[in-house]
Design a protein around this ligand. Structure first.
Ligand SMILES: Cc1ncc(COP(=O)(O)O)c(C=O)c1O
Ligand SMILES: [Zn+2]
Length: 411
């Protein structure tokens, strides 16, 4: 029997059989949780059976995933995940924290966290024999889909806002996807993608719409669990994550919920979401004590998290609320400072990638995290994705004559 048993609507809790629905709840549009045969997994595996698997990718956790690995290994599809976790003593000192780690998702094959989701969705697309996979994207999800699809010869179509950073658009094109730049926002691209997928019968990967994206993203939770078990045992810790549509944070929450359901962890880590002030619909909902997501008119230089209506907002509120976490909002200036601070310790993050760290800076200063609380912060995307933003975070290098006098003058 497959490990994937059913979907359950996150709003009305109705269960659906795997073949019965594809995207969201037909009754209320709620995001669908993918449910696994937890009893079967528990009977078959001990945690060590998983952690001792040799695979240095997210496929290490294949027994806990609802899709099968596409045979043939060795492609970028198989290289997603298993990103490094670095100890950050210099930043910890600066923030007055005793223990701080950074998990660097820019090391994924297409340089962002989104590879996790796309690897799983492409595997699902192969299982259901989809001819074309389509997604709306601010850039990273599209690059990830284009790259993962290219790796296995799957056709991909990407709708991105025409304002997407050029490096991200270049990735889409180089990976050979059919790219359409939409004269509108990410939200416009999102709606168009759903219409196009209905019209042309394409399989839609949209974040916060396709239930399998969160299943890919939950693998980061498995990796964090495995790492923290080694260094901390069962000591509680806190995870900081940047939030746009809310699918990364809800995917990470789902990963820890799976582990709790299996009885492999005793408690959840605290999950703290960080949004840009100009794109904070989920933070607004959490702080208003509601799950009702009121759209905003998004404005932030962190393009990857610039979202009017977060598509996984309800589950994203719960990820923080139900784990004793919270939401923090940061200004664009604070995001730029975070890029510079991370750069000074050797980590190059795009604006959305550095947003989580910007939130941690605030949380440490305001006492939202205690000094003895172990913290792991995620960098979700590479600074090479958005060089223009990176240059706003630093002072430009001077151009000089090729003489020692010129050097001396500057020193
Ligand atoms: C680099 C980066 N960080 C964070 C996010 C936020 O993820 P989500 O939209 O699932 O909240 C994204 C989404 O595109 C991203 O590309
Ligand atoms: Zn429902």
């Amino acid at each position: 029997m497959s490990k994937f048993t059913s979907y359950r609507c996150s709003l009305c809790k109705t269960k659906y059989q795997p073949g019965q629905v594809t995207y969201t709840c037909p009754q209320d549009g709620g995001n669908l949780d993918v449910l696994l045969d937890y009893d079967g997994i528990r009977e078959k595996y001990e945690p060590e059976d998983i952690t001792s698997r040799a695979d240095a990718s997210l496929w290490k956790y294949a027994p806990l995933l609802p899709v099968s690995e596409i045979p043939g290994g060795g492609t970028p599809l198989h290289a997603a995940g298993w990103t490094p976790v670095f100890k950050m003593p210099l930043l910890a000192d600066k923030l007055g924290l005793q223990q701080l780690w950074l998990k660097d998702e820019s090391r994924n094959p297409t340089a962002s966290f989104k590879d996790r989701a796309s690897a799983i969705v492409v595997a699902r697309a192969r299982e259901i024999k989809a001819e074309v996979v389509v997604t709306a994207s601010t850039g990273n999800a599209g690059a990830a889909l284009a790259g993962m699809a290219a790796a296995v010869g799957q056709k991909a179509v990407i709708f991105a806002p025409k304002s997407a950073p050029p490096a991200k658009v270049a990735q889409l094109l180089v990976f050979g996807a059919k790219v359409m730049l939409v004269d509108g926002t990410y939200d416009d691209a999102f709606d168009l993608t759903i219409k196009a997928s209905q019209e042309f019968g394409w399989y839609c990967r949209n974040t916060g719409y396709n239930p399998f994206t969160a299943e890919g993203k939950k693998t980061a939770a498995f990796e964090i669990w495995e790492f923290m078990q080694d260094v901390l045992g069962n000591t509680p810790f806190t995870v900081f994550v940047s939030v746009g549509d809310g699918n990364i944070i809800s995917g990470i929450h789902k990963g820890f919920k799976d582990l709790l359901e299996l009885g492999w962890i005793e408690s959840m880590p605290r999950i703290i979401g960080v949004q840009a002030k100009g794109s904070a619909a989920i933070a607004n909902a959490l702080h208003a004590g509601t799950e009702e997501i009121v759209p905003v008119s998004a404005r932030t230089l962190a393009d990857s998290i610039s979202v009017d209506l977060p598509r996984d907002g309800v589950r994203a509120v719960r990820a923080a609320r139900d784990t004793g976490g919270t939401y923090i909002t940061v200004s664009d200036d604070e995001i730029l400072s975070a890029i510079a601070e991370l750069g000074k310790v050797g980590v190059f993050a795009e604006p959305a990638g550095a947003t989580s760290y910007a939130g941690l800076v605030k949380a440490a200063a305001s006492g939202v995290v205690r000094s003895d609380e172990p913290v792991l912060v995620l960098n979700t995307g590479s600074g090479l994705k958005d060089v223009k933003a990176a240059m706003q975070a630093v002072i430009e290098a001077p151009v000089i004559e090729p003489t020692l006098e010129a050097v001396k003058k500057l020193l």
